[in-house]
Design a protein around this ligand. Structure first.
Ligand code: TGC
Ligand code: FAD
Length: 387
């Protein structure tokens, strides 16, 4: 009997199709050859590695699970594997792909007019037009139903006023999907860079997701035509539906970050000699590595089943909440423990663990905090909203 591998203990790969395995290998090679050599420097310099975008687009990773409009039309398991491999490199890179695909291309595809889809999706798949998603506001993100940004009809146009905060890709985006309250309920708008009254400013001095752009958006009497409104986006369920897409990808991405940390800790433990023997020969270190493996394996099985449910169109958003909560918590705990196994060296950017650990502090907060996902599952179990 072949022994299991440390990073795929239950041979989840054997449950993948040939196409799914090929896309995982393609993106895995890209991460090994193009991302890992420079990502620590980019993180250190607080710089998004924009030079990687053309190849990410060439591989068909942007909006890859959308059918038509020059998108790759992959299934959701393949999309998940892409997120896993990218986040094995860095959460910032997976964030970039999540936002472009799940939070910007998805709403245009799901709620946009045919004209909007034809105008934007092919260029977005090619990485020629970048997007950002503006839901969170300075006064809070967990309860978007209370958003203050509003849009008012003015003849055939809309006038938008408000501010958005903590917006990934904000200053590099050519278009922003802006969510605003109106007299008719929450509505979504495509706001183009350069529109009078619309500005974006970077949030600097972050100690997490340093290889990703995070911004504030300001909307001061921004006039957009009715043709910029997403016609099928009606109510809060529209932006929340986008979040379900992105959260699904994050469940896989977190596994990639955890695998990177386990890989590093396991290699280090095999060679680090303390008290006359490699630390991997001690019971405590073995138990800690085994625990990382146990938690990664559980997360892999969760995400694969989630992906199969999604491809079968049987996915409920509370199931995504459970996996986002479980898998990101798992990855953060694994990263923190790996950092400790590396000893003092573990606080250095020479190792990946601290970079992943710091990144995961954002991942556990964005796309719904851990508490919000616990409460979503709690509501599902009891039928009572405790938010
Ligand atoms: P609630 O009554 O639960 O829902 C209103 C309507 O929406 C439906 N719904 C969903 N639909 C699809 N997917 C979901 N996840 C959904 N959750 C709810 C729901 O069925 C209902 O539909 P209908 O037809 O009955 O009207 O709304 P609520 O106000 O009670 O709020 C629920 C709560 C707290 C779960 C929600 O507000 C929430 O998820 N809050 C967290 C906000 C959040 O996650 N923000 C993320 C911002 S984007 C981001 O962080 C990007 S980071 C990207 C990166 O860099 O990778
Ligand atoms: P708050 O909502 O103010 O919550 C503060 C604390 O209170 C949290 O611990 C929360 O869990 C807890 N809490 C809230 N409600 C309850 C309750 N009922 N019971 C108990 N505890 C509760 N947003 C976007 O729209 N687009 C983006 O592209 C985007 N990118 C991001 C990138 C980064 C790097 C980060 C860090 C955030 C990003 N966000 C983005 C914002 C993110 O979605 C929000 O930070 C998140 O939803 C939480 O909102 P908040 O920070 O305002 O916290």
């Amino acid at each position: 009997m072949k022994p299991p591998t440390y990073d795929d203990f239950y041979d989840v790969r054997s449950m993948l199709s040939e196409d799914e395995r090929q896309i995982q290998d393609l993106v895995g090679r890209f991460v090994d050859e193009k991302v890992l050599p420079g990502i620590a420097k980019a993180f250190d310099e607080h710089r998004f590695p924009a030079e990687l975008v053309p190849e990410i687009a060439r591989m068909g990773l942007l909006g890859c699970n959308i059918e038509g409009y020059e998108c790759a039309g992959l299934n959701n398991v393949a999309y998940g594997l892409i997120c896993q491999e990218l986040e094995r490199g860095d959460s910032g890179l997976r964030s970039f792909v999540s936002v472009q695909g799940s939070l910007c291309m998805h709403p245009i595809h799901a709620y946009g007019s045919e004209e909007q889809k034809k105008r934007w999706l092919p260029k977005m798949a090619a990485g020629k037009v970048l997007g950002c998603f503006g839901l969170t506001e300075p006064d809070g993100g967990s309860d978007p139903g209370t958003m203050k940004t509003h849009a008012k009809r003015d003849g055939g146009d809309w006038i938008l006023n408000g501010a958005k905060m903590w917006i990934t890709n904000g200053t590099i985006a050519d278009i922003a999907i802006v969510w605003a309250s109106t007299e008719e309920g929450v509505r979504g708008f495509i706001v183009e860079k350069g529109t009078k009254g619309y500005t974006a400013r970077d949030i600097l001095k972050k100690y997490s997701l340093r290889a990703s752009v995070t911004s504030e958006l300001f909307l001061d009497h921004v006039r957009v035509p009715e043709s910029s409104r997403l016609p099928e986006a009606k109510g809060l369920s529209a932006p929340l539906g986008c979040l379900t897409q992105a959260r699904y990808g994050i469940t896989w991405g977190a596994i990639g970050a955890a695998i990177a940390c386990l890989t590093e800790a396991r290699e280090f433990a095999a060679t680090r000699v303390v008290f006359g023997k490699p630390i991997a020969h001690t019971q405590t270190i073995q138990r800690r590595l085994a625990d990382m493996c146990r938690r990664i394996t559980t997360a892999q099985l969760l995400s694969l089943q989630l992906g199969r449910l999604k491809d079968d169109q049987r996915l409920h958003h509370s199931q995504v909440s459970l996996a986002k909560w479980n898998n990101v918590r798992m990855a953060l705990d694994v990263a923190r423990d790996a950092r400790d196994i590396l000893g003092a060296g573990g606080i250095s950017i020479e190792f990946a663990a601290i970079r992943h650990m710091l990144n995961l502090e954002s991942v556990i907060t964005y796309e719904g905090t851990e508490t919000i996902h616990e409460l979503v599952v709690g509501r599902e179990l009891t039928g009572v909203s405790a938010f």
